[in-house]
Write a protein that binds this ligand. Structure first.
Ligand code: KDG
Length: 335
């Protein structure tokens, strides 16, 4: 008898979920979700999670298909495709959005966040949401922030344990004035390039070094073409999950809610996955022959000082308000 009651209860549960999905207004849709890192990366795993979660929520009606390794284009090319309505979704660096909404450059200021807790609170709080909302008038919908992570330096020339070690090093940076100014002030020769061209630029020695989180250095196999890793953690880098507003405005309220709920679930998955992977990445990179250098607090303080003109320039060029707001939000978290 107990077994019969249990099977009736399970049947009722399935019926109610199926009923809820079928009652919701979901049309069969294919969603092209582009990203720049490899499929086997923290970015790729999170896109897969998002796709599976969304399919579950919508009874398979909304199908997000991941396109890895910038196969749909670089971050900026995909941003333009979303604005034009030629692609539905992407995830990429906030640093590459400065050509669309200049204020996103605030996230690139060096030594801003001390830890992930501060970053999560500010990005998911009113400040991060207000900044993401500025994308709407430009044709983009910012759904959630994922974690790219704290950025570290690699190069082929020498160990970098102090700023002077960067002298003369051709360092690839993201296409963003704060990064260009910051690394030129450290004494490097900053070379802005899209991520999709980075491995080849390192392999052909067009550039000597680059800077990225350890997860990216691992998943993009930069250890094959880079010898020295310096743990500077000079910038906390967010990714942002974007949808085309042209496409978004044509969705039902149920479809938008499902996408937002899956985006939030994928954010929490991605941060946990990225942090777990980062704990193991340095040992992995050492096992691949990279020489890893810690950088002393005193040296990081010197870099922080040296980077001030890059921050002042961002403030002078219209960034004063957004910097003030962000620093106030960080202060609240630190209390
Ligand atoms: O699509 C690649 C982007 O996520 C990019 O921002 C990765 O941090 C990155 C970089 O250095 O370009």
């Amino acid at each position: 008898m107990k077994k019969i009651i249990q099977s009736i209860a399970i049947a009722l549960a399935f019926t109610s979920v199926a009923g809820a999905v079928s009652a919701a207004d979901y049309k069969p849709r294919i969603i092209r979700f582009g990203y720049g890192l490899a499929e086997d990366s923290n970015q790729g795993r999170a896109v897969k999670f998002f796709s599976e979660d969304l399919a579950k929520r919508t009874g398979g009606k909304l199908k997000a298909k991941g396109f890895a390794s910038a196969s749909l284009g670089s971050d900026t090319q995909m941003q333009n495709a979303l604005i034009g309505g030629a692609q539905e979704m992407m995830v990429g660096s906030t640093a590459t959005l400065v050509g669309i909404v200049k204020d996103f450059g605030v996230y690139d200021l060096p030594f801003l966040f001390n830890n992930e807790k501060e970053a999560d609170a500010v990005l998911d709080g009113p400040f991060g949401q207000k900044l993401a909302a500025k994308l709407q008038e430009k044709g983009l919908v910012g759904l959630v922030y994922w974690e790219n992570g704290f950025r570290n330096l690699t190069n082929t020339k020498r160990p970098v344990t102090k700023m002077e070690d960067l002298q003369g090093i051709k360092l690839r940076v993201m296409q963003n004035p704060v990064y260009i100014d910051m690394f030129n002030s450290f004494g490097a020769n900053a070379v802005p390039l899209p991520f999709s061209e980075l491995f080849t630029a390192l392999e052909t020695k067009t550039v000597d070094g680059q800077e990225n989180p350890v997860n990216t250095i691992q998943s993009s196999k930069f250890y094959e073409v880079q010898k020295y890793l310096s743990l500077t953690k000079h910038v906390y880098s967010p990714w942002i999950v974007l949808a085309s507003k042209k496409w978004w405005d044509g969705l039902s309220a149920d479809e938008k809610k499902a996408l937002q709920d899956s985006a939030i679930a994928s954010r929490d998955f991605e941060r946990a996955d990225s942090r777990a992977a980062a704990l193991k990445a340095v040992d992995f990179l050492k096992s691949k022959g990279m020489q890893v250098s810690e950088v002393s607090d005193a040296e990081l303080a010197r870099m922080r000082e040296k980077a001030k003109p890059a921050i002042d320039k961002f403030v002078a060029e219209g960034g004063a308000e957004v910097v003030k707001e962000l620093q106030a939000e960080i202060a609240k978290v630190r209390k």
